[in-house]
Design a protein around this ligand. Sequence first.
Ligand code: 26M
Length: 806
Amino acid sequence: RNGIGLRPLGSSAAEFEQDLLSNLYYRRGTTVESASAQDAYESLVLTVRDRLAERRARTTAAHYAANPRWVYYLSAEYLLGRQLEQNILYSGTGEIATAAMKALGVSPEEMDELDIEPGLGNGGLGRLAACLVDAMATLDIPAIGYGIRYDFGIFKQTFVDGAQVEKPDDWTFQGNPWEFPAPDDRQTVFFYGHTTRDEAGRTKWIPGEIVLGEPSHMLVPGYGTETVNIVRLWRARGSESSFDLERFSAGQYAEAVQEAVRAENISKVLYPDDSTELGRELRLKQQYFLVSCSLRDILRRFRLWGGPLTDFPAKSVIQLNDTHPSLAIPELMRLLVDEEGLGWDEAWLLTQRTFAYTCHTLLPEALETWPVALFERLLPRHLEIIYEINQRLLDEVRSRYPGDIDRVRRMSLIQEAPERRVRMAHLAVAGTSAVNGVAELHSQLLAETTLHDFATMWPGKFRNVTNGVSPRRFLRIANPALSELITSALGDSRWAGDLDRLRGLERFADDPAFLRSWRDIKRANKARLGLGDPDALMDVMVKRFHEYKRQQLKLLHVITQYHRIKDNPGGDHVPRTVLFAGKAAPAYHAAKSIIRLINAVAATIEADPAVTPYLKVVFPPNYNVTLGELIIPAADLSEQISLAGKEASGTGNMKLALNGALTIGTLDGANIEIRERVGAENFFLFGLDTPAATELKASGYHPRSYYERDPELRAALDAIMSGAFGGVGKEVAESLLNWDEYLTLADFRAYAECQEAVDRAWQDQTAWTKASLLNTARAGYFSADRTVSDYASTIWHVEPVRVTRD
Ligand code: 26M
């Protein structure tokens, strides 16, 4: 028996198989003869899960004994990806699980197909949260990720006549065998109502609606360690009294459940928005629901220890993933002042010391603000607290900058015109002790532009923590063939937990046999993906659709290539497969038009036999983590072509470089750091930099002048305007010609020339493969383990707690 009083689960194939059978009989209640594939899958999940649950129990024991400072990561989104393969890898059950599957007559591939990806996020921010919780566990940091268990995740993207059509993602239709419900830990959440003062002068919030938050958790094991942390996800429920039996008995069935339905709608669906504001009441309710449940849970855990409240920040650091959970700041103030009876100043110091804030954008329209009127109705006490915070903030501004009325107006938590709104980013900066951007350039621009006044007043608060990605998910699991080659070259697989070790690959950069293996694997990954000729250059642009990311720039270049091939059918064109994948927010019409136009161009090219030998455009629908794991290892070229100064970091850029794709990119986000590390000679740089883009906008930008001066650009836009692609996409061309917010036309020529350099480089396959290898070898910095270790040492000030085997 080990330290937690359990006989450890067996590590032999026979024991694993026995446990699998037990689960099939006793948990699923079926037999080998009548088992469905789903029965086999769920039994397998339970068998793997039990092994992690045992580690989880030991982790909890170790954490309680150590009484450490905990990290609480608050995020409205988690894009965890499929769980089965990762949990088999992390639990070290690969061989015995494969043997047991064989004995049961099922294949790993079949089991993976049944493993549904929880799509509880939109894009980069949600996947970053998943990579960071993975890395926290890997580094033995005591941590909990808090989030929302949406009934419906990010919509499923389908194409109808080339246009995006959204379908609901009922991801738990078959249940979710990875999840542990914990109804005992449910919390009560208030909404609406009003505030009153009692005799002692304390404020009380009398709510108008009460909703329950029911938690469940998924296990987050670390790689190469015994630590198993959790993400705790809240689901909204009506209280027991929300069912109106009287009405039901009177036959008013809809009315009888309306209160419960209203409550449950809070966690019904993920908002499919990415960086465009949309001020829906239900969204604000979601945010407060997450914050209220999580903070009460954090305080409950703190009270288990029993120390004085003044020690709260010594035992807890709460990281806010963007402003989505920033209501946690006034909520903690409310709990400390109204419920615990602390004085304002003391409560404020504790609050500031507890929180840190990560900003993920620079786009002003993506900074959250909420109408004061909505706040007043939904969260009356929080608005009072925000006013009080604002008063003290602006007093400080006035005393630091006497007479500077404009600065006071700019820094206020309240925007006055055209309507009064609460600025959540200002609240997040005021209420935290550290604010970070997600790449060097982003952090610098935040301090110089978006949050300049705050950075001037509190320079010590502002940091950079460059993003990173999980090397396990995006190299070890996504690219098994390359992983094996790397392991055999380096002599062991320690690189997956210590990514700087990839440096050791550099000594194979001139080894012809090794380069041949490297290239063969890339080719096999393209064949596995099955989209286009595996000998063609695989040119990949995968990310959410947004005008600032400039999928339209890539598309204009595709049309130019099409024209060049048409004009010179016998030329020695480099064969390319151009792959686009990504979703557009359902209400983002301009982005959806670009999707529709890409599909129309793809169809036109596909129908032209003179062009198909050289150019193919593919657009697999429904890009998600699982599809990314298939596409990224197959990429030769990584498109990172956002307008400089707009992409906070990017993380797809890191995943692709790690898998040996060469980047064609602008000096934006983390592209800059990738280029510095992999070497300028292994990176295709083009386009305006941030100062040049700012300058061009300021001096009056006329997109039409580029159209007029550049015949190829003109031909591409004219083709769209004249209906060459089934009449589709005229609004895309018009918007570029008349406005072109993101300087697409200004960067077109530089981009086209840079793509010619790509073609030339591709013609020397040995040199290309060497550059590919060097991208992988030098991408170690972009491990999420490094990111988390930066957070731990510069912001969280936390220490690892080792979990022992017995
Ligand atoms: C806003 C309002 C209503 C509903 C949803 C939203 C919303 C949701 C997600 C707004 C923004 C959201 O995400 C922004 C995002 O993903 N940002 C990306 O974060 C990555 C991780 O730091 C960076 O690498 C990307 O550059 C950045 O665009």
